[in-house]
Design a protein around this ligand. Structure first.
Ligand SMILES: [Zn+2]
Length: 299
């Protein structure tokens, strides 16, 4: 199979990522005792290529998943057999759940015809995928520190964007991988989120020592200064919907009127057609949480 080269970006001497793929920014850290991967490409040919890049630098020892959204975990299939799979308990509990309202397997495959047309031979059938997909093998609550060769891999529980959200801090490289706690230069998805927890997560990351580079879940690599921008996006969404609720706007009115299409950048790579989906669901989910009706339903 012809696979186009990945646009691999070397962030530090031992840290690599790619920020130009549809889906998350999969990454890896090269240590003296093997490679630690962080999230996997959603697109199958890209997952195969990314694993190849990682394994060309050493054996894969660990794969850390930062959240349950399919663009971070669906590609685990193509990392089978590549070391321990590390995740928070709150991710493990909802990891690729075939009974979810939105089937994660089908949802992940939506991107294939347009974004990875050569992938068909790599894709197992649905039942085989779910039956054989490796789940977490190192599952924890709170935080977890891995010592791999000369590197310290600090998995920090930073819930908010999702309940099992992790940030991965590698002080020796002066890097933190935030997952989707940061969307840099592109629209923020917050419909499955607890925005108040998310704001706390940002402060925890902002307070980390030894950080020169922030590898976000989506968008280009940034610095800790970007925390302020992400915080402002969350605060503006929440304030705008709170204002709508205070005026007595219905859910439908709020969705129609509270939009940030033009202010927070484009949608990340390959998903421009989802702008309405993001705007509608961000506004609607916040309305559910902030309105009296939402409180009554325990949202
Ligand atoms: Zn996400």
């Amino acid at each position: 199979m012809a696979t186009a080269p990945l646009e691999l970006e070397q962030v530090t001497p031992n840290v690599y990522t790619t920020t130009k793929l549809r889906g998350c920014n999969p990454s890896f850290i090269v240590t003296s005792a093997g490679v630690v991967a962080i999230d996997t490409p959603q697109l199958p040919t890209r997952a195969v290529a990314m694993r190849g890049e990682a394994e060309s630098r050493g054996p894969l020892r660990y794969l850390i998943n930062t959240e349950n959204h399919v663009d971070h975990i669906f590609g685990n299939w193509w990392y089978r057999g590549a070391g321990e799979i590390v995740m928070h308990q709150a991710l493990y509990d909802i990891f690729m759940d075939p009974k979810a309202a939105l089937d994660p397997f089908d949802y992940a495959l939506e991107a294939i015809p347009t974004d990875d047309p050569d992938a068909a031979p790599l894709i197992p059938d649905r039942e085989f995928y779910y039956d054989n997909l490796p789940r977490g093998t190192v599952v924890f609550t709170g935080d977890l520190t891995l010592r791999v060769g000369d590197h310290t891999i600090r998995c920090l529980w930073t819930p908010g964007h999702t309940p099992g959200q992790l940030a991965v801090h590698v002080p020796e490289e002066r890097v933190v991988f935030t997952g989707d706690t940061i969307f840099s230069g592109c629209q923020t998805w917050l419909m499955t989120s607890n925005v108040d927890q998310w704001l706390e997560a940002l402060e925890r990351i902002r307070a980390l020592p030894d950080v020169d580079y922030v590898v976000p879940g989506h968008g280009p690599v940034v610095t800790l200064d970007y925390i302020q921008t992400q915080r402002a996006v969350l605060l503006r969404w929440k304030a705008a919907v709170a204002d709508a609720v205070s005026k007595g706007w219905t859910r439908e009115e709020t969705i129609a009127r509270v939009r940030f299409d033009d202010e927070f950048g484009p949608v990340d790579v390959g998903q421009g057609y989802m702008m309405d989906h993001i705007q509608n669901n961000n506004a609607g989910s916040l309305w559910d949480k902030l309105s009296a009706t939402g409180y009554a339903k325990g949202r």
